[in-house]
Design a binder for this molecule. Sequence first.
Ligand SMILES: [Zn+2]
Length: 466
Amino acid sequence: MRFLISSVLAGLLAGQAAGQPDWSRVETETLSHFQTLIRFDTSDPPGGEKPAVDYLKSVLEREGIPVEVFALEAHRPNLVARLKGTGKKRPLLIMAHTDVVNVDPKKWTHPPFGAVRDGGYIYGRGTVDDKDNVVASLMTMVLLKRMNVPLDRDVIFLAEAGEEGSTRVGIKYLTEQHQSAIDAEYCLAEGGGVSRSGGKVKFASVQTLEKTPRAIDLVARGVAGHGSVPLRTNPIAHLAAAVARVAAWKPPIRLNDTTRAYFKRLAALSTPADAKRYLDVIGADPRLVAAADEYFLDHEPRHASMIRTSISPNIFQGGYRVNVIPSEARATLDVRTHPDDTPEQLLAEVRKVVNDPAIDVAWGQRDVRPSARGAELDSEAFTAIEAGLKKHYEAVTLPTMSTGATDMAYLRARGMQCFGVGPATDLEDGPKGFGAHSDQERILESELQRFVKFYYEVVVTLAERR
Ligand SMILES: [Zn+2]
C-alpha cells in the first residue's frame, strides 16, 4: 500500500527529488528474489541461464517494465530491460551475470543451490558472484518504476549469460549483434566491493580498469633418445631453465591514473610502514620503487601484479616414461597484460628472456577479451559512486585495476565508462573459504540489503531528472 501512495505522490511531484521506498518491505522482497535466483542451478559449464532469465522477465513484466530477450543459444538467453528517460543524457547500463561457476556438492556444508539462511548469512553458489548484483539491479529497476522516478537518461538492465568462461553466448554476442540495445554512457557491474575487517568497514573498491588475459606457449624441441645416455639437448631441461628465467623476470613497472590514485588513497588508510611503500611505488625514486616492488612480490603479490604485465607458468608438460628422453616439452604461461603494454612487444621480450633457439615462443589458445582504456575518475558516475559509498558505508573509495577479467572489457572497448561495484564482505572470509568461487560462498543478509539501497541511490543520482 505504501508503495501505491508513494508512487502516486512521486507522480504528483514529478520533477522534484524522488521519495524514499518503504525499505523494510523492499528487504523482504529482495530476500525472496535473491533466494529464488540462487536456487536456479546456472552452472557454467554447461550453462543454463534460461530459468533465471524467465524469472527476472516475469518479475519485471509484472511491474510493467518492457523486456527483450536475446539468445545465441535458446537455453542461454540474455535479458535486457529498459526504463525510458527524457534523453537529455545518454543511457546508464546496469549489468550482472546470471551464470555461476561449477560446484562440487560433496564439499558444501549447505547445499550449493539451497540459499540456506544461517547465522545472518545466505549460503549458495552465486551469493557474491554475481547474483548479488543481479538482485540489486532487479530491485533498482522495480523501484525506479514503482516510485515513478523521472529520468534524464534511460536505465538499461542487462542480465547476461556466459560471463564465467563462455562470453560468446553473452557479452561478446551482445556487443557484436545487439550493441544498440545496451549502448550507454556509463555502466555499473561486478568487480568492486566494500572490505570489512573485524566487522568494520575498512575501504571500498571500485573497479575502473582491468588487465587482459592471454596465454603464451613455450615449446622446447630436441632429439629423442635412451635415458641411459643423457643429452644436453633434452627438451625438459631446456624448458625448465626457460620457465625459471621467465618466472624470475620482472616486467617493467607501469602506473596509470587508477593505480596512482589507488596507492595514494590506500596509503592514507595504512600503517606508516605500508603507507611509505605505497607512496614510494608511485614516487620518482627508482631505488624506492624497486624496494617497494620487492616487498610486494614477497608479501603483497596482488600489488606486484597490479603494476605490471604478470606472467605465471601454470602448465608444464613433457615426457612419458622413465627411460625415454622425449623430443618435446611444453609450458603454458598465464599472461595478464597491463593496459599500457603492447602484446607484440611483450612477446618479443619474452623471447629475449627465454633466449634459447631450441624453444618456440608463441601465443597460446585463450579467449582474449579486448583491452581498453580505464573509466575516468573525474566523471559524473565515479563521483556519484564515491558519494554513495561515503553515505552508506562511510568508506573511502579506492579506484582499482583488477588483475582478473570481467565482461566490462567488451563495453569499455566500445567507449563505455564502466565501474565495478559490490556488497561488503569480510576480508577474513576469503582465507577461511567463504569467498567467491569457494565451497562455502556466502553473503551477509544485512550487507545484501545495504548494497541494494546503495545501488538504487547511485542509479537515482545518475539518472534522475534535474
Ligand atoms: Zn562474476
